[in-house]
Design a protein around this ligand. Structure first.
Ligand SMILES: [Zn+2]
Length: 514
């Protein structure tokens, strides 16, 4: 294969293989499918690890969990650790078995002898990171090898030329509710042009016929002709795609919404969960292969930030665009933290939350005050002033270097009075902060620096750049950069009304998360 270049469109696990979809510059889309060996890590005392390695080498374990390989490696196992620890890396050629393998190893250590790492991260995130590429990044391919042509942290604003279409199924029941089980009257596909270029909706294509088999045939044909990279639905996970699956089952013919011949199988099943006192239902996740299915009803991220905002988050977190569109902002931030930890070479613990340090009653009273909300005076008001601090909390995290491993560090002396010391605050931007830390370390401890938490007997580190600061600073920087870009007349964020609208909501989204 000669060398070609394009954009990474998506990456997902398919059984025990990883599939990476690439949109080439000539607008063709190709998939690279490969077998992949993935590892988890176990920390315990050395005797236990040696026993575990022997146990994992048994034939029945290989039969159950794939071809297992074990070896000792040295890794950092917690944030801020300076010395690597010996851990047992257990790899399998069957990524689909990794979670189950972790459960078995955990049980083998009676759920407390073995500390497990590298289990939670999404496979696509790990796979792309290992290849040193990122979703929606520019890449070149030669001999089936991907090479990044841009960096995840690049501040350039080039958007991949993704083609977009909207899908709507007209299936209302007798009560006027749109549901997947109601009879399907027609299907409407509306092309929406190309991301960042021409996003005016084209003419809707309506597929309406008595014969269901013909309806499905026409749908498959139109999808092949329009061939969008992104398929947008409103409640597609709960209504449109299940309705089309039912149609396909009824007529006994395949549905071709994906770019390959894979049948439409939900990536996750529907479930219900409690959240802050509310019972919420999360619908089955109907991912497509080779194109992104974005369900607006199930995607707060896309509703707020548009497709461009989604791409931004996918690049920053390293997650597949389809996956991240269904996450809450909190889970998206967690994914960014995992990516940062992996890039730092720190193993990500499984199922472990670091508890806060124990506080006595008075300390809790001083430290855990919460906020004060004032009840609004209901009514219409004029002369209203809004005070909004852009990125207030993330800025405090970044400049005060707040992070689990920088709290009460041992390298800075908390007894130094602020009057005898220099202000240890860091610059906001990540490169400036790294340079400042470098400078401080070179200069030695000539002028002691402090960073105390007001009114509490706590301090943060002035000599090591904290993990959380390194996660939030690039987001703040990105927001600042987008804001400045948008002010340029005629740029992609300002040029066309539709883009400006998307750009504005995109910025709004970046505001919200930062
Ligand atoms: Zn320190």
């Amino acid at each position: 294969m000669t060398e070609v270049s394009g954009w990474i469109l998506d990456c997902h696990q398919d059984g025990d293989e990883m599939v990476t979809w690439v949109k080439l510059d000539d607008c063709k889309t190709i998939s690279l499918r490969e077998k992949w060996r993935v590892a988890l890590h176990v920390s315990a005392d050395i005797n236990r690890l040696e026993q575990l390695a022997l146990w994992l080498d048994r034939a029945e374990m290989h039969y159950e969990f794939g071809e297992l390989q074990t070896r000792f490696e040295r890794h950092l196992v917690e944030l801020g650790a300076t010395r690597a620890r010996s851990v047992l890396a257990v790899s399998t050629n069957r990524p689909s078995k990794l979670k189950r393998l972790a459960e078995v190893i955990d049980a083998r250590g009676n759920w407390h002898h073995h500390e497990l790492y590298s289990v939670d991260q999404k496979m696509a995130q790990r796979h792309l990171l290992e290849k040193e590429v990122h979703p929606f990044g520019r890449i070149k391919i030669s001999n089936n090898k991907l090479t990044a042509l841009d960096s995840r942290t690049d501040m350039s604003l080039e958007l991949p030329p993704l083609t977009i279409a909207h899908l709507f199924t007209d299936c209302y029941d007798d009560h006027g509710h749109r549901t997947a089980s109601a009879s399907l009257k027609r299907i409407i596909i509306t092309p929406r042009g190309t991301l960042g270029e021409d996003e005016n909706p084209g003419n809707p294509i309506t597929i309406e016929c008595e014969n269901e088999e013909e309806m499905l045939r026409l749908l498959n044909l139109r999808m092949m002709e329009i061939d969008p990279d992104v398929l947008i639905t409103d409640a597609g996970d709960s209504i449109d795609l299940p309705a089309l699956r039912r149609l396909s089952e009824r007529v006994g013919q395949p549905l071709h919404l994906s770019r390959n011949s894979e049948d439409l199988v939900p990536r996750t099943r529907g479930r219900t969960a409690w959240s802050y006192g509310n019972l919420l239902r999360k619908e089955s996740y109907h991912a497509l292969q080779g194109r992104l299915h974005i369900d607006m009803a199930g995607s707060f991220i896309v509703r707020e930030g548009g497709i461009a905002g989604l791409l931004e988050l996918a690049r920053m977190s390293g997650l597949s665009g389809q996956d991240i569109s269904r996450l809450s902002p909190g889970s998206a931030i967690s994914a960014m933290q995992m990516r940062q930890a992996m890039e730092d070479g720190v193993l990500v613990p499984w199922k472990k939350n670091r508890p806060e340090d124990v506080k006595d009653g008075l300390e809790l009273l001083a430290a855990d005050r919460g906020g004060l909300y004032l009840e609004p005076v209901v009514g219409a008001h004029d002369t209203v002033v809004e005070l909004d601090f852009a990125s207030l909390f993330p800025s405090i995290i970044a400049t005060r270097n707040i992070s689990p491993e920088t709290m009460n560090c041992s390298c800075c002396d908390p007894k130094t009075e602020p009057s005898d010391s220099a202000d240890g605050r860091l610059p906001l931007l990540v490169a400036d902060a790294a340079a400042e830390i470098e400078h401080r370390l070179r200069a030695g401890n000539e002028i002691p620096m402090t960073m105390k938490v007001p009114e509490l007997n706590l301090h943060t580190c002035t000599l090591r750049h904290g993990f959380l600061g390194r996660v939030v600073s690039p987001i703040i920087e990105r927001r600042m950069q987008l804001k400045s870009k948008r002010q340029k007349k005629g740029d992609v964020w300002d040029g066309r009304p539709k883009c400006t609208e998307m750009g504005t909501s995109y910025l709004l989204w970046i505001y919200r998360i930062s």
